[in-house]
Design a protein around this ligand. Structure first.
Ligand SMILES: Nc1ncnc2c1ncn2[C@@H]1O[C@H](COP(=O)(O)OP(=O)(O)O)[C@@H](O)[C@H]1O
Ligand SMILES: [Mg+2]
Length: 369
């Protein structure tokens, strides 16, 4: 299907609209094909979800592919409900779905069959918390009983650490170990939480996966990708303007896609640095009232820190005397604990270079205050 706007700002629409990631895709496909589970970590908006879907394009030739995003899932019961239903939907042909066989696996909680518009059926589970663990086991038994190879991607996997049930990670790990025909991709945006599970010797998944960090797309390849769309439509494309855009957002995919998507909407070419900056301003201005409320909902100390980091761009030492004095911040210990809370809520991001405002558009808005 040809899209009116080739620059996606969410989802995946096939390789034509997906820039590069050839090596990363190959690495992911190779790991799964060779029986290695993968942990995929990068900050939000780099392109993890897109990469998983792109790798699925290849893997689906040999594997049943199962994808679930657990960002919004808050406890083990909801997790199992979603996991079991997604697995059933993806592992069977529509004809198999109505068969008795499936039902015989789910002793703890029977799935409900709901007809879809196209005549097929979907499963859903109405689980009581007391049935969660047993149904999780049933689901894994079911996966293991299938002859097919299966790849299961669980996106925003660090969320399992937030489940109120103790030991949810260890429970998952114990089942995952024993499904030889299924391999897993654990994607996550919160590095320290992912590290605690996969990298720390105390973590339940310690040394059980291949670790893969996702960087940004190469500037040259990204430029060519974008230029292709503009040129094919007879629109102009300035390499210098693209470079400026890429550098302004450190190559982070989503911001670049957002600006290109908007420039495309305007019907113009990508012409100048000024046009890029104007488009950035336009997008930031659109979220003004949202940013205003977001800022107001933080404590006064947190607000001052956000503004200070926004002004500075990158704050190398957030509790250093110089930074505190210049920005009239409270005592270093207060700044440290507030910064930790802001990081926890994904408002600040701590990179090797220092703290930045996680949402770069929000950062630009703060800078202007
Ligand atoms: N290689 C790519 N080429 C073009 N667009 C991409 C690419 N990777 C991701 N995107 C787009 O960038 C945005 C952010 O990517 P996403 O995969 O959702 O990031 P993450 O999962 O790391 O937060 C999405 O709109 C997605 O469509
Ligand atoms: Mg994602």
């Amino acid at each position: 299907m040809k899209l009116d706007n080739p620059f996606l700002i969410r989802g995946y629409a096939g390789p034509e609209y997906f820039c590069d990631r050839a090596a990363e895709t190959q690495k992911l496909v190779s790991a799964i094909s060779n029986g290695r589970d993968v942990t995929l970590v990068a900050p939000r908006r780099y392109g993890k979800t897109g990469l998983v879907h792109n790798a699925f394009r290849t893997l689906e030739k040999t594997h049943a592919t199962v994808y679930l995003d657990i960002f919004a899932i808050e406890d083990l019961t909801s997790f199992v409900q979603t996991f079991a239903a997604t697995v059933l939907d993806r592992l069977d042909s529509p004809a198999e779905r109505v068969g008795r066989k499936i039902l015989s696996f789910f002793k703890s909680c029977r799935p409900t069959l709901t007809p879809n518009n196209d005549g097929s059926f979907s499963f859903s589970f109405d689980l009581a918390p007391s049935q969660a663990k047993a149904t999780l086991k049933d689901t894994f038994d079911y996966i293991a009983s299938r002859k097919r190879k299966v790849v299961i991607a669980i996106d925003e996997f660090q969320q399992v650490r937030e489940f109120p049930e103790k030991g949810a990670e260890a429970l998952l790990r114990s089942y995952i170990q024993f499904v030889p025909n299924a391999h897993f991709i654990f994607a996550g945006s919160r590095k320290h939480m992912m590290d605690a599970m996969f990298v720390s010797p105390k973590g339940p998944f310690y040394q059980s996966t291949q670790l893969m960090a996702l960087g940004t797309i190469d500037a040259g390849k990204y430029g060519q990708f974008a230029e292709g769309f503009f040129r094919r439509e007879g629109r102009t494309f300035s390499e210098g303007a693209f470079r400026h855009l890429y550098e302004r957002f450190e190559g982070i995919t989503w911001y670049i896609q957002s600006i290109l998507n908007r420039v495309w909407t305007h019907g113009s070419g990508l012409d100048s640095v000024q046009q890029v900056d104007d488009t950035v301003d336009e997008l930031v201005a659109e979220s003004e009232s949202f940013y205003f409320d977001l800022l107001r909902s933080q404590t006064p100390a947190e607000q001052s820190i956000l503004k200070a980091v926004g002004r500075q761009g990158v704050a190398k030492s957030i509790s250093g005397g110089d930074f505190i004095r210049r920005n009239k911040l409270p005592a270093a210990s207060t700044v440290r604990s507030a910064a930790a809370k802001l990081t926890e809520r994904d408002l600040l991001y701590r990179s090797d270079a220092g703290y930045v405002v996680y949402d770069r558009f929000f950062g630009l808005w703060l800078k202007r205050l």
